[in-house]
Design a protein around this ligand. Sequence first.
Ligand code: PXP
Length: 253
Amino acid sequence: MKETLPRLGVNIDHIATVRNARGGEHPDPVAGAWAAIQAGADGITAHLREDRRHMRDDDMERLQLLCESENIPLNMEMAATSEMQNIALRLKPKAVCIVPERREERTTEGGLDVAGQHNRLVPIISALNDNGSRVSLFIEAVTHQIEAAARTDAKVVEFHTGAYAHALDADDKGKADEILKALQKGATLAHSLGLEVHFGHGLTFDNVEPIAAIPEGMELNIGHFIIGEAIFMGLEPAIKEMHRRATQARYRS
Ligand code: PXP
């Protein structure tokens, strides 16, 4: 049973956001990653964006060294561009999550169009996979995208939980239930096609449990809420509490 508990990947991007607000070196996201590992994070996730708005190239290098020495997977989120592909090929993170990226967005707003961009994505996915990084594709839980993901070398799909989080924030229980059902159905389909299932985006103490309860889910990637909550309760208690809620939800399900 324990092996099937969802792993918690802590996304440390927003430690870098705070650092960059003043242009100095504090707070250091790599020191934050170390603290997250001490607090029980099962993995560290970081998104190197084209505009470097939070993580910088040198952060990624230091993160990879830290994660290697702590034997913890680094999950590098990146857009499918040749610049990012080259960086990932050099860094060799344990995992790479390919996400859609638009300069004007505040955060990753939707899933990757794997079906529409199949021919462009396939060589990038294969190159990263052959280089030893386990590739996941950040998609919406819809059948044609899941089936398209299964036709690539990617071993993992991460389902975007942002719409679920937004529906709950807007008090739209009907919509949230509908999205939750789609995530459950998508997880069953992806699993049946041999894909490992992860979830991420917009997850909080209040909305994580129904997502963590989905039995096929192997990993939750959570950033903004944990880093924000760390201001009030500290990073270690925030990570421990997220772990506790995810574990409890899985044991209950
Ligand atoms: N997973 C992916 C693929 C993401 O792009 C993000 C946001 O960078 C997250 C998870 C974490 O989302 P949040 O910061 O809302 O927890």
